[in-house]
Design a protein around this ligand. Structure first.
Ligand code: ADP
Ligand code: MG
Ligand code: MG
Length: 204
């Protein structure tokens, strides 16, 4: 696999489209177990990030990821902005000066992103957060020589759906304790959209 700047741009553009399409849905999910702003937070941040990269020229993947990360940190309030922003910043260090990523660089970048999420949020697998999608997806990437788009979509969707039965231990939903059971985690759903749009960027 060779994943280039054009594909990274396509990813963020598709992610922004999906987030705008699902803005009301993400808000609804966050109204059930949080403060109801996840749709707004993500829609604002991704629109800014998509605008920024559409207007810029990039010689390497690292600078594109850095712009996305800085935009998310600057424009998104709440937990999700600094979390996703840190993920993109950590990945940008791995992709510095790379015009394209082969399979190993790609996996190393997403692995660094996950490390950034864990460092920033201190959540574990099972805490009902975006980590419940990210951790198994990155483990799957690490253990598969070929990163197949359909498998990425299916796995991230399955892990997103599995957050429904979990009790929240981190983030605002943790205040609800057992009452958080039976609801999808909003950040797990936006993470599924992130990986589903990443899969779409594999086609050249
Ligand atoms: P806020 O909760 O501050 O209003 P958002 O609503 O935008 O922020 O984002 C909520 C999502 O952030 C949650 O659904 C969860 O997936 C994720 N999240 C919250 N806290 C953490 C954490 N400590 N580690 C990882 N993810 C977290
Ligand atoms: Mg919220
Ligand atoms: Mg909030």
């Amino acid at each position: 696999m060779l994943w280039n700047v054009e594909q990274a741009k396509k990813w963020i553009k598709r992610l922004n489209d999906k987030i705008q399409e699902n803005k009301a849905y993400l808000t609804e999910l966050d109204q059930a177990i949080g403060d109801g702003d996840h749709g707004l937070n993500m829609a604002r941040g991704l629109q800014e990030a998509a605008n920024k990269i559409a207007d810029s020229h990039y010689d390497d993947l690292g600078s594109l990821f850095k712009d996305v990360g800085m935009t998310l940190i600057a424009k998104v309030g709440g937990a999700s902005g600094p979390l996703y922003g840190t993920a993109f910043m950590k990945a940008s260090l791995v992709l510095k000066d790379r015009k394209e990523a082969d399979r190993n660089a790609f996996v190393a970048a997403f692995s660094a992103a996950l490390d950034g999420l864990k460092m920033r949020g201190k959540a574990q697998v099972g805490d009902k957060t975006m980590i419940d999608v990210w951790d198994p997806v990155i483990a799957w990437m690490k253990s598969h020589e070929t990163i197949r788009a359909n498998e990425l979509v299916d796995l991230s969707k399955e892990k997103m759906e599995d957050t429904k039965e979990l009790e929240a231990k981190k983030g605002r939903a943790a205040y609800l304790g057992k009452r958080s059971v039976g609801h999808l985690d909003p950040g797990a759903v936006s993470s599924y959209l992130l990986f589903a749009s990443l899969a779409e960027s594999f086609e050249k």
